[in-house]
Design a binder for this molecule. Structure first.
Ligand SMILES: NC(=O)c1ccc[n+]([C@@H]2O[C@H](COP(=O)([O-])OP(=O)(O)OC[C@H]3O[C@@H](n4cnc5c(N)ncnc54)[C@H](O)[C@@H]3O)[C@@H](O)[C@H]2O)c1
Length: 211
């Protein structure tokens, strides 16, 4: 299963996973790609192909053993080994992410937040520490942190990104609405609301024209 997987498959896998995990404990033991596709209103062929990429547990006419499929998808997505991360910018968004307990289900553990404003240092409502930037180097090297979450204003994002890379960060989850210049070996995942909203409003206006 060393095959390269497209981003669109990677985005669909958590959708399957969250549906499978939402089923009650006494739901049928097996589930077919057809049932899953119908429940999620997705194309059956696509679901079948996606599942075959991550699990070899599919049986003709029976489908997949439901719990086995959950395990296969989680293992494929790496949710079974937790990745520690640091978050930079303990403002409104940063604190919301820091307090979100659901990340553990996705194998993400935010160890601490950092902020340039010394007055916000202390402990967050979630119990996670908010530290001054001067403590970043020590924590990143001690805990061998590889993931950085950027929730600083756009104007500060590139500088903080460079600082993270200097401290060994290899993957950046960027919430600041700005492009980041990084060396080729560094992975950046942008969470840009403007692009999502553009898709939403374009679809909506196309639909409204039909009324
Ligand atoms: N609030 C939201 O709902 C939301 C949604 C989507 C995207 N964003 C984006 O997320 C980012 C943060 O938004 P916010 O609303 O939380 O802002 P905020 O002003 O509440 O928080 C920003 C925090 O970053 C800190 N900071 C500034 N420069 C820094 C630096 N160089 N190093 C470390 N910390 C620094 C500030 O002290 C502050 O605590 C922005 O880029 C914003 O566009 C916010």
């Amino acid at each position: 299963m060393a095959q390269k997987i497209s981003n669109s498959v990677l985005k669909r896998l958590p959708v399957y996973l969250s549906y499978l995990k939402s089923l009650p404990e006494d739901a049928p033991e097996n589930i077919s790609a057809t049932t899953l596709a119908a429940a999620l209103n997705m194309g059956e062929v696509q679901v079948r192909k996606d599942l075959a990429l991550v699990s070899d547990g599919g049986r003709p006419k029976i489908g997949y053993q439901r719990l086995g499929l959950v395990e296969d998808i989680e293992q494929f997505l790496g949710y079974d080994n937790t990745n520690d991360a640091v978050l930079i910018g303990a403002g409104k968004l940063g604190r919301a992410l820091l307090g979100y307990s659901g990340f553990s289900e996705y194998g993400l553990n935010i160890v601490a937040a950092f902020d340039s404003d010394a007055s916000v240092a202390g402990t967050d409502a979630s119990g996670k520490p908010v530290l001054p930037l001067s403590a970043l180097e020590d924590l990143c090297s001690r805990r061998k942190i590889l993931i950085g979450i950027l929730t600083v204003p756009a104007a500060a994002a590139q500088g903080v990104c460079d600082l993270l890379i200097r401290n060994g960060i290899k993957a950046i989850w960027n919430f600041a609405p700005t492009h980041l210049d990084v060396p080729p070996q560094i992975l950046v995942q942008n969470e840009n609301m403007a692009t999502s909203l553009a898709v939403l409003s374009k679809h909506l206006s196309a639909q409204m024209k039909g009324y």
